[in-house]
Design a protein around this ligand. Structure first.
Ligand code: PLZ
Length: 445
C-alpha cells in the first residue's frame, strides 16, 4: 500500500459520522474501563498521517504512545512481517526455536549502553518486561525490595501497577497491591520545593535516606527508574540524578534498572535516554518502538544478572513471537539506516523553539521540557505552579477537532506531550505545530 498523502485533510467534523456510528457500537460491546483519547476509527496510516474511516487525514503526534517511530506501515516492516506470516506465525520459543528471536537479542545486546557481556530475554508487553526484570533482579540478589519513584509508570499488571505511582485511573479499586514496593520522591525540577538546581542532590539524599533508614540497602533487589518519566509528565531528571542513583545502586549491590519502554530506541535523540547522561544501567527494559507496533518487549542486562534465573524460570507462550521479531529486525535496521536518532534531534530543533516562543508569549505554559521527539508543555495558572488540567484538555480537544492527534499526560493531567513518528515530514510537523499554537492562544488571548 502506498503512503497516504502526507497532508492534513478534514472532510467531516472530527469524529466524522462513520466514527460516531462505530463508537456507538463500541460503547454497546466493550467494557467501560477501556478509555479512549480521540474516538476516531482508523482505516489506514503511514508516515505522519492516520486516515480515518471518514477519509480525514489526521496528523499523528502520538505514534500510538511512542510505538510507531518508523510510521504505522513502514514498507520494510510490512514486507518482513508478511514474509514471516507466510513462513510460520508461531512455534512458542520454549518449544522449538527460530533465528529471529536470537537476532533481536543480539541486536539489543549490541545497541544498549555499555560494552559489558549482555544477555536478552524477549517478552510481549512492556509490563511483562518490567515484571521479568524484577524477577531476575530478585533471583540475582536474593532480596525482595523494589524502589521506584514518585510519578512513575511501569504498567497495569499487579506488580507493575503497584510500581506505578498514580492512583486514578491506574490503581483505584484494584488493590491489594504487591508488597515490597517502596517509593522515593521524583526529582521533578519544575515542582521541586528547593528549586530545580537543588533537585538532583536533595532527591538523591532522600533516596539514600529512605533506603538506608526504612528498607535497608541490603534488602533492596532493584531500583527502577524511567530515564525520562513518560506517563508521569515527561519529567526529565536533573543532570547528575541518574548517575547518582546508578552509583548508589552499585555501591550496595542493588540492580539498577532503566525502564526505557517509552524513551528507548531513538525517541529522545539518542538510541537510549540513559546515554544523554552517560549512565550504563545493569538492566534495561524496552518495548513500544521495538517492533513498530507488533507486541514485543525485552529485558537486556549484564550476563551474570540475566543468567541468575535457571532454565524454565522465564518465558511465556507468545514471548518473542516470530512475527514481532521479524518486525523488530526491520525496525532496528530502519533506525540505523535512516538515521532516526538524528531525525529525533532534528524534530526537537523544529518543535522546541516554537513551544518556547509560545511559552514566552505569556501563555499558561509553565514549562517546556523533554528531549528529542519526546517534548511536552506543562499548563499552570499563570504565575503559579497550580496545575491547569482544564487548559491542557481544552488545547488537546481543540487540536483533535482540527485533525491533530495530541496526548495529555502527567500526574495532574496538565501536560500535553508530543510523540510524532520519527519519520514525519517537516511540513506536516510545522502545520501541526501551527494548529497547536492557535489552540494554546485561544485559551488565554
Ligand atoms: N513502562 C515507561 O511508558 C506504557 C501506557 C498506556 P505496556 N506506557 C503507555 C496505558 O495507559 O495503558 C509503559 C511505559 C513505561 C512500562 C509501560 C507498560 O507497557 O506495553 O503498556 O505493558
Amino acid at each position: 500500500m502506498t503512503l497516504p498523502e502526507q497532508r492534513r485533510i478534514l472532510k467531516t467534523a472530527i469524529p466524522g459520522p462513520r466514527s460516531v456510528a462505530l463508537q456507538e457500537q463500541r460503547t454497546a460491546e466493550l467494557a467501560g474501563g477501556l478509555g479512549v483519547t480521540l474516538p476516531v476509527f482508523v482505516d489506514h496510516a503511514g508516515g505522519g498521517i492516520l486516515v480515518d474511516v471518514d477519509g480525514n487525514h489526521l496528523v499523528d503526534l502520538a505514534s500510538g504512545i511512542a510505538v510507531t517511530s518508523v510510521g504505522a506501515a513502514h514498507p520494510e516492516v510490512a514486507r518482513r512481517v508478511a514474509d514471516q506470516v507466510e513462513r510460520f506465525t508461531h512455534t512458542c520459543f520454549l518449544v522449538t526455536e527460530y533465528e529471529g528471536f536470537v537476532q533481536v537479542a543480539a541486536a539489543l545486546n549490541r545497541l544498549t549502553p555499555g560494552d559489558h557481556d549482555k544477555r536478552t530475554a524477549l517478552f510481549t508487553t512492556g509490563a511483562e518486561a518490567v515484571e521479568n526484570a524484577i524477577k531476575i533482579a530478585r533471583t540475582y540478589t536474593g532480596r525482595d525490595a523494589v524502589v521506584v519513584l514518585g510519578h512513575a509508570y511501569h504498567g497495569r499488571t499487579l506488580l507493575t501497577m503497584s510500581m506505578t505511582a498514580k492512583n486514578v485511573p491506574y490503581k483505584q479499586g484494584f488493590g491489594p497491591f504487591a508488597p515490597e514496593i517502596h517509593r522515593v520522591p521524583s526529582p521533578y525540577p519544575f515542582r521541586w520545593p528547593g528549586g530545580p538546581a537543588a533537585a538532583a542532590e536533595e532527591a538523591l539524599g532522600q533516596l539514600r535516606e529512605v533506603i538506608t533508614t526504612q528498607i535497608g540497602a541490603e534488602n533492596v533487589a532493584a531500583i527502577v527508574v524511567e530515564p525520562i518519566q513518560g506517563e508521569g509528565g515527561f519529567i526529565v531528571p536533573p543532570p547528575g540524578y541518574l548517575a547518582g542513583v546508578a552509583d548508589f545502586a552499585r555501591e550496595h549491590g542493588i540492580v539498577f534498572v532503566a525502564d526505557e519502554i517509552q524513551t528507548g530506541l531513538a525517541r529522545t535523540g539518542d538510541l537510549f535516554a540513559c546515554e544523554h547522561e552517560g549512565v550504563v544501567p545493569d538492566i534495561i527494559t524496552t518495548a513500544k518502538a521495538l517492533a513498530g507496533g507488533l507486541p514485543l518487549s525485552a529485558v537486556t542486562g549484564r550476563a551474570e544478572i540475566m543468567d541468575a534465573v535457571g532454565a524454565g524460570g522465564l518465558g511465556g507462550t507468545y514471548a518473542g513471537n516470530p512475527v514481532a521479531c521479524a518486525a523488530a529486525l526491520a525496525v532496528l535496521e530502519v533506525i540505523e539506516r535512516d538515521g532516526l536518532v538524528e531525525r529525533a534531534r532534528h524534530i526537537e530543533s523544529i518543535v522546541r523553539p516554537r513551544l518556547e516562543a509560545l511559552q514566552a508569549e505569556g501563555s499558561p505554559i509553565g514549562e517546556v521540557r523533554g528531549r528529542g521527539a519526546m517534548l511536552a508543555m506543562e499548563f499552570v495558572r499563570p504565575g503559579t505552579l497550580e496545575p491547569a488540567p482544564d487548559l491542557a484538555k481544552a488545547v488537546s480537544d481543540d487540536c483533535h477537532a482540527q485533525g491533530v492527534v495530541t496526548l495529555v499526560c502527567g500526574t495532574f493531567g496538565n501536560v500535553i506531550r508530543l510523540l510524532p513518528p520519527l519519520v514525519i515530514d517537516d511540513d506536516l510537523l510545522e502545520d501541526a505545530l501551527t494548529v497547536l499554537e492557535q489552540a494554546v492562544r485561544r485559551t488565554y488571548a
